[in-house]
Design a protein. Structure first.
Length: 143
């Protein structure tokens, strides 16, 4: 049956199938290797830890991710404020993945904020390797 078909038609179909296979493989590779939202956030914190400028700020509130007040010693969201070049920024950082880094924070203490000099609204107050929080000493928790 294939002997009676036009060889150019068969070659075109084969080439089209190869193109579809290559494009599909590239698409799969890109999708399979796309970083998760958690990985993107971790990379952002790491970049700010290594390259961010430091300024003073203050924690305004501690909340849960469902926007309720938090009385937990390890809140999920810290709301803070800082000023850069005469502008005040009010930001919030999801710290639910960093509970050991915020244990012992206090609302009545100042904090240090790391921010991107090119985009001052991009900031953090805690990361895996740095904290701008003034934490209570562990011995004070036992008293």
């Amino acid at each position: 049956m294939l002997h009676s078909q036009n060889p150019q038609l068969i070659g075109g179909i084969a080439a089209g199938a190869c193109v579809v296979a290559v494009v599909g493989g590239i698409w799969w590779y890109i999708v399979a290797h796309r970083p998760s939202a958690e990985e993107i956030e971790r990379r952002r914190r790491e970049h700010l830890t290594l390259n961010g400028r430091v300024t003073d700020g203050v924690i305004l509130d501690a909340r849960t991710l469902s926007n309720e007040d938090s009385i937990s010693p390890t809140p999920e969201l810290l709301v803070y404020s800082y000023s850069v070049a005469g502008l005040t920024y009010n930001c919030a950082q999801d710290v639910s993945t960093l509970p050991d880094r915020v244990l012992g924070f206090r609302l009545d203490q100042p904090v240090q904020v790391r921010y991107d000099a090119h985009n001052p609204g991009n900031s953090i107050i805690v990361s895996e390797t740095w904290t701008g929080l003034w934490l209570r000493p562990k011995s004070a928790d036992r008293a």
